[in-house]
Design a protein. Structure first.
Length: 417
């Protein structure tokens, strides 16, 4: 696939979206539906081949089709990660796989390997091809190269700054996607082989064991310098969060705001998407009068697994941006249930249990668009009317009185400290 100096093969694309796309992760079909319901414009998923999250549930073609049909009802799209670096044995079956993705209605693939890029363009022209962050694109000339190879969108390296994005957009009329929330790589993103070395699981073929999140002792001349310490040495980086900087992201020209986390929980996906959706919509409703609302930041922190920072957008991260001390769980809340039904006459809701809760506990209900209220759990009953001392069984359907109206797919969380 050689570089050409002719006009792009891809025609008709809006190279600057009218407003940024909010792109959410979906590790399974349920997460896809909740991400879309809570405000994602698009979701990215993994199939059962060629993706970088072999530990996620991943999607069969039948699940993909159902996900595409659900997303279409909200005007949303579904992308599939095919972002491995392929070995020879990975090539067999690639053409058929890509044709099937096109047939079930997938809007785009996210690819890094030129062999996968070229194959998709040749055998499945209905699929857009977005260049994966695995290619570590940091400069406008590389973006120009991929535009000239026919790609409508480039996902930049996580190490790209806002200043560099501005320069890229000034030179190349192409869609730019950037990670704005989620885990960061403690190595140069996508280039770590610790997992390969320690566990024989290939980071670039979907097997990363996240070695950087392990706990380590540090030894000098055979003696540990952390002897007696409860917490061992770690390489873990803080998580990215740009909820405070929506105007800067929009004004610099980022077209797609990407949330990391196909391995993250349903509660994480819904909470984070909900907060960013509200912030983006508030900006476009009144750009000049836009202000960060503290509840958006509070919501993001309720889903956080680690301390948060702004990654590489404003400066190169230093020692303060890594986790070296004993790590306390950032979010004092756990996902507790999903609303299935609500009866306006009785004020009773049916909640599907997702985590243990009991009478007397403080809980919060939240839904798309900022729906939110707190209450204390009162009496609990099962579907048959039997009184319960706790909701202790996974997926049990629990009847409880709620303080305010709720809707199906609203979520319930509990405070854990």
């Amino acid at each position: 696939m050689g570089m050409t100096m002719n006009k792009p093969r891809y025609q008709g694309k809006r190279y600057r979206l009218d407003r940024p796309e909010l792109l959410a992760p979906a590790g399974n079909l349920e997460k896809l539906k909740f991400a879309v319901h809570y405000g994602a414009d698009a979701v990215y998923i993994g199939g059962q081949k060629y993706g970088l999250r072999s530990g996620a549930d991943n999607f069969s073609f039948e699940e993909m089709r159902e996900g595409v049909e659900f997303a279409a009802r909200y005007g949303a799209k579904v992308f599939v990660a095919t972002n491995i670096y392929a070995h020879n044995e990975d090539i067999d079956g690639l053409e058929a796989y890509l044709r099937k993705l096109e047939e079930v209605g997938i809007a785009a693939i996210i690819a890094a390997d030129p062999a996968i890029v070229e194959t998709a363009q040749r055998v499945a022209p209905g699929l857009e091809v977005h260049l994966s962050t695995q290619q570590s694109v940091l400069n406008w000339r590389t973006v120009q190269f991929w535009k000239e190879e026919g790609l409508p969108r480039v996902v930049l390296a996580r190490e790209t700054s806002l200043e560099e994005i501005a320069e890229i957009k000034s030179h190349v009329d192409i869609e730019i996607e950037a990670f704005i929330h989620g885990a960061m790589c403690s190595s140069f993103s996508g280039r770590c082989v610790l997992s390969n070395h320690f566990t024989d699981r290939d980071s670039n073929r979907g097997g990363c064991c996240q070695s950087c999140r392990w706990k380590y002792d540090l030894y000098v001349d055979g003696d540990t310098i952390a002897e007696g310490e409860e917490q061992m040495f770690t390489m873990g980086s803080k998580d990215l969060c740009m909820i405070r900087h929506i105007p800067e992201l929009i004004e610099v020209g980022v077209d797609s705001f990407k949330i990391e986390g196909r391995m993250k929980s349903l509660h994480y996906v819904a909470t984070v998407v909900n907060a960013y959706r509200q912030a983006i919509d508030a900006y476009f409703a009144d750009p000049d009068g836009y202000e960060l609302r503290p509840e958006w930041l509070e919501e993001v922190h309720k889903a956080a697994n680690r301390p948060l920072n702004t990654g590489f957008f404003f400066d190169t991260p230093g020692t303060e941006d890594h986790i070296y001390e004993p790590e306390e769980k950032a979010a004092p809340y756990d996902f507790a249930g999903v609303v299935l039904e609500y009866d306006e006459q009785t004020g009773l809701a049916v909640v599907q249990q997702r985590n243990h809760f009991k009478p007397g506990q403080e809980i919060e209900f939240f839904g798309p668009g900022g729906t939110f209220f707190k209450q204390t759990v009162d009496e609990l009953r099962d579907r048959e009317g039997n009184r319960l001392d706790a909701a202790r069984h996974p997926l049990q359907e629990i009847v409880l009185r709620v303080a305010e109206p709720v809707r199906p797919m609203d979520m319930m969380r509990k405070r854990i400290r």
